[in-house]
Design a protein around this ligand. Structure first.
Ligand SMILES: *[C@@H]1O[C@H](CO)[C@@H](O)[C@H](O)[C@H]1NC(C)=O
Ligand SMILES: *[C@@H]1O[C@H](CO)[C@@H](O)[C@H](O)[C@H]1NC(C)=O
Ligand SMILES: *[C@@H]1O[C@H](CO)[C@@H](O)[C@H](O)[C@H]1NC(C)=O
Ligand SMILES: *[C@@H]1O[C@H](CO)[C@@H](O)[C@H](O)[C@H]1NC(C)=O
Length: 258
């Protein structure tokens, strides 16, 4: 059974009261279950990062976390118009976006993989392009055995709105009879893709890699397990972070004082 879970951070607002004080309201939709049918809407009011009160659509009421906001929550919970407003927000922000979220969750693109060699320093480069989502695993194999030393990675870089590229570097001193393979694992692939290095191919004179050897020089950049992508829309941008989608928008559902 498919369980998908997404969280939309729909609005973030900072109302600055003084140089130090600010309040923030964030709205979050969680989609779960088959067809993403279980939708939970959470609204959180914070003051200086401290959570003051929270609305949970599953419980259907506000919870206060300070003496004052407990009182406010009590008031709002007895206000039928507040319940209507929350229901409207839930529909507008969560329910009406379900299809969009579903598409977002379904979108995958298989990586295009290229192997190259550099002479100075002697490095093999395994590059994966145009893949989505960001999570990917590149592994070097020498005669079928995983190589863990003298390996470094670039971070997965955004290649425009939806696609990523990544490069893995292996310090390489050719030895007769060895077989070097770059193994690529990605959500879009049903099984790991094996790309065998063919030393008879001419070395690339110049490889178009932005990060290039920085990865090797700086040390080991571990590929993060999370993934983030941005999609520009007219007034909002989407950040997906391990199944979390944030859409900061200009307008708040409602920002009452705390
Ligand atoms: C909110 O609702 C839950 C169950 O629906 C209840 O247990 C809880 O006491 C309520 N909280 C407030 C502050 O009314
Ligand atoms: C909202 O309330 C439901 C029912 O009490 C609970 O299962 C769920 O974890 C709550 N969600 C959050 C984000 O606290
Ligand atoms: C909150 O209320 C409790 C009990 O009424 C009281 O003991 C406590 O001092 C109050 N806290 C603040 C910060 O006012
Ligand atoms: C996304 O996946 C869901 C369930 O797996 C399916 O119902 C829906 O049609 C898919 N959407 C697209 C655009 O493929």
């Amino acid at each position: 059974m498919h369980i998908l879970l997404f969280c939309l951070m729909l609005s973030l607002v900072n109302l600055v009261f003084s140089n130090e004080d600010y309040s923030q309201t964030s709205a979050c939709c969680t989609f779960k279950g088959p067809g993403l049918k279980d939708i939970e809407y959470i609204l959180i009011d914070r003051f200086n990062k401290k959570v003051m009160k929270e609305f949970n659509s599953t419980r259907g009421n506000w919870t206060g976390f300070t003496n004052y906001s407990i009182e406010v929550a009590k008031d709002w919970n007895s206000d039928p118009y507040d319940a209507l407003r929350r229901a409207f927000e839930k529909k507008l922000l969560c329910t009406d976006r379900k299809d969009y979220i579903q598409d977002l969750g379904n979108f995958t693109a298989a990586p295009t993989v290229k192997l190259n060699s550099l002479k100075h320093p002697p490095v093999l480069v395994c590059s994966a392009y145009n893949f989505h989502p960001k999570q990917i695993q590149l592994t070097w194999l020498r005669n079928g055995q995983e190589v863990t030393s003298a390996v470094s990675f670039s971070e997965a870089m955004s290649d425009g709105d939806w696609y990523y590229q990544i490069h893995s570097y292996l310090e390489h001193h050719p030895t007769a009879g060895e077989k070097i393979t770059c193994m690529v694992e990605h959500f879009s692939l049903s099984k790991p893709a094996l790309h065998v290095w063919d030393p008879s191919l001419p070395a690339a004179e110049r490889i178009k890699i932005v990060v290039g050897l920085c990865g090797l020089m700086i040390g080991f950049v571990i590929v993060g397990s999370g993934f983030i992508y941005y999609k520009r829309k007219s007034d909002a941008y989407v950040t997906q972070y391990q199944g979390r989608v944030s859409i900061p928008v200009e307008q708040l559902p409602r920002a009452d004082s705390t």
